[in-house]
Design a protein around this ligand. Structure first.
Ligand code: SF4
Length: 342
């Protein structure tokens, strides 16, 4: 089976060139073609000789694959379905492009399905079908329409990024390296439910932003919806985060999906305030998109605003996240779930 070039760092590309009997500078040329000019065929690499291209294509594929489905919302949000070619083969994952006034954000998937089993999540219900490779992750950045105009990325699509930290960190290196996409780490946010050992590695090794899915400040209640709480207690997650500095360029935010009658009371707001007191952070309140066979509904706008105001009045920056793409099954995992049923 051939190897894959997409996702390799500069050193890896030089090694691939050497393996094909080529000089190390070909590795540098490959980085330029893959990550700066972003071509998807060897033919397009005009400054590499035909003999060298033949040697490379003998052993390697580029690693790009076009999307196999697309739906566009009336608000401009576009959801793409990508085949998982180099990781959990045979599956499909979603990537969503969210256009806003001053930015165009890509929401990226990191796994086909997910092992974490959060009860409110369609992806969690599908179970886990495999880890994406760095090539599968980067392919989402390359395969959407007008990829050069993307300004930001959030790892908030299907899967738990820190349960596939090897491939995610490899993709982050390509995205932020000067020989790669050369994005500032400030443009990228990785979202996790708090896989502690990988979270520590992420905080030590990366400069991108962090988002943590909290959803409830009471451990025994959180555990009802998020089984991961048993393995990785939210109190330990917060105490780990408190050991790092978020007053500079790197930011931490907490995602809080609001369910009527489950986590939206004043008691919850006050416990959340106590939990996050003194931490430089932001809380994002998220409206819940109803999913089939799940008893809870989203909190009302009024309840969300009261919750936000209570946090804000107690010194915690808090916003209600705008809901996007509701008419195209924007809740994470719904399009890929539909694809699996077909
Ligand atoms: Fe996995 Fe995230 Fe869904 Fe939980 S919410 S099951 S971590 S994809």
């Amino acid at each position: 089976m051939k190897g894959i070039l997409l996702g390799k760092n500069l050193e890896g590309l030089k090694e691939a060139a050497a393996e094909c009997g080529l000089k190390p500078f070909v590795g540098k040329q490959l980085a330029e073609w893959l990550y700066v000019k972003r071509v998807s065929s060897f033919d397009a690499m005009t400054n590499i000789s035909n003999a060298s291209k033949a040697a490379l294509s003998d052993k390697y594929d580029i690693g790009t694959a076009p999307s196999i489905g697309k739906a566009v919302s009336s608000d401009g949000t576009a959801k793409y379905l990508f085949p998982v070619v180099w990781g959990g083969e045979g599956s499909a994952v979603e990537a969503v492009v969210i256009p806003e006034e001053d930015r165009r954000t890509l929401c990226v998937s990191s796994q086909a399905g997910c092992k974490m089993g959060c009860r409110f999540c369609m992806t969690g219900r599908q179970g886990w079908h495999g880890n994406l490779s760095a090539a599968d992750i980067l392919n989402q950045f390359l395969g959407v329409d007008s990829p050069q105009t993307l300004t930001n990325a959030v790892f908030m699509g299907m899967g738990e990024p820190l349960d596939n930290y090897g491939a995610v960190s490899q993709a982050l290196e390509v995205l932020t390296a000067p020989w790669g996409f050369a994005w500032s780490p400030k443009r990228i946010t990785v979202s996790t439910i708090g896989v502690l050992p990988a979270l520590k590695r992420y905080l030590d090794g990366q400069r991108c932003h962090l988002a943590v899915s909290l959803h409830n400040p009471f451990p025994e209640e959180r555990e009802q919806m998020m089984p991961v709480q048993k393995a990785f207690d939210e109190r330990e997650i917060i105490s780990l985060i408190r050991q790092y500095d978020f007053s500079g360029q790197r930011r931490v935010s907490f995602e809080y999906t609001m369910f009527a009658g489950w986590n939206d009371s004043r008691r919850h707001a006050d416990a959340l305030i106590r939990m996050l007191r003194g931490l430089e952070c932001r809380v994002n309140l998220i409206r819940f998109h109803k999913i089939p066979d799940f008893p809870y509904e989203s909190s009302s706008q009024g309840v969300m605003e009261a919750f936000r105001d209570r946090l804000s009045n107690n010194g915690i920056t808090c916003t209600i996240r705008a809901s996007r793409g509701e008419d195209i099954l924007a809740a994470c995992g719904m399009l890929a779930g539909k694809h699996r049923q077909e």
